[in-house]
Design a protein. Structure first.
Length: 266
């Protein structure tokens, strides 16, 4: 069914939401619509009942979200920049939960992956998945503050991103260089992570409490939300949820991984 037609029926008639196991969300941005999204894509729109959607941001949308034509690309009202990715990921999850009733959760993916679709389906078939699954960084539940120039360095090498209005960045490069403190904690790193419905709801409620402000500063932890996977881990850690390991992705060819990260694999 045409997604926009389904949404119009849903909004106008308040019909019951469709129940599905979960959703595979692939996060991208406008600048990769004609590159990564044409080269690295899944071949089906549904896997084991899990629907596949691609999320991009547009802060100028008049509605909370819209589908692009008859594709599975959802444009959401959100800044499209790298530094806003934590907000975009969790807002995308919120919108999906507004549309569907999920019985399991969300598989959050990047747009720079070569998928092993057999391994993807194998993971989706796992029953009673843990709340937060991925490739963990650190095993300690202790949270501290560290200096990290990852995000300032990114913009120092991608200055064109500061000038794109779709990215919605209100800081210049000199100001962004100050965003170099973040929490050190246990989190699932990288381009494929699973969140249960419980975790999804925790993430959404937390972001509502900080008014979706990814520049929120903590004297104790720095800027928890400017690096997406750290931000998600920070929120879940605060609620007693820590990542468990599954071979989600790898940077070299590996038969058991769900995907190969193309940024590092040559």
């Amino acid at each position: 069914m045409d997604f926009n037609r389904y949404l119009n029926r849903f909004k106008q008639k308040n019909i019951s939401k469709v129940v599905i196991p979960g959703v595979i969300l692939i996060y991208s941005c406008h600048k990769y619509l004609k590159t990564r999204l044409e080269k690295y894509v899944l071949h089906k729109n549904t896997y084991n009942g899990w629907k596949v959607f691609i999320i991009i941001g547009d802060p100028f949308l008049k509605t909370e979200y819209e589908f692009i034509d008859d594709t599975n690309i959802i444009k959401i009202r959100c800044e499209d920049s790298y530094i806003h990715l934590c907000k975009k990921v969790i807002l995308g999850i919120k919108i999906v939960l507004d549309i569907y009733t999920l019985t399991e959760g969300i598989l959050r993916c990047g747009d720079d992956l070569i998928f092993n679709e057999d391994n993807l389906e194998k993971f989706l078939r796992i029953k009673n998945k843990n709340d937060y699954i991925g490739n963990p960084m650190r095993s300690s539940s202790h949270v501290s503050k560290v200096k990290d120039n990852f995000m300032p360095d990114y913009f120092a090498h991608h200055r064109e991103d500061l000038e794109n209005p779709l990215n919605g960045i209100k800081y210049n490069l000199e100001e962004l260089l100050l965003f170099n403190e973040r929490p050190s904690l246990s989190y699932a790193a990288g381009v494929i992570v699973y969140y249960s419905i419980k975790s999804c709801n925790i993430l959404i409620e937390h972001m509502k409490q900080i008014d979706w402000n990814i520049f929120e500063y903590s004297v104790k932890y720095g800027y928890p939300y400017i690096i997406e996977d750290v931000g998600v881990g920070f929120i879940l850690n605060k609620n007693g949820i820590y990542p468990t390991y599954y071979n989600m992705y790898i940077n070299t060819a590996h038969v058991n991984a769900i995907g190969i990260h193309t940024n590092d694999y040559k």
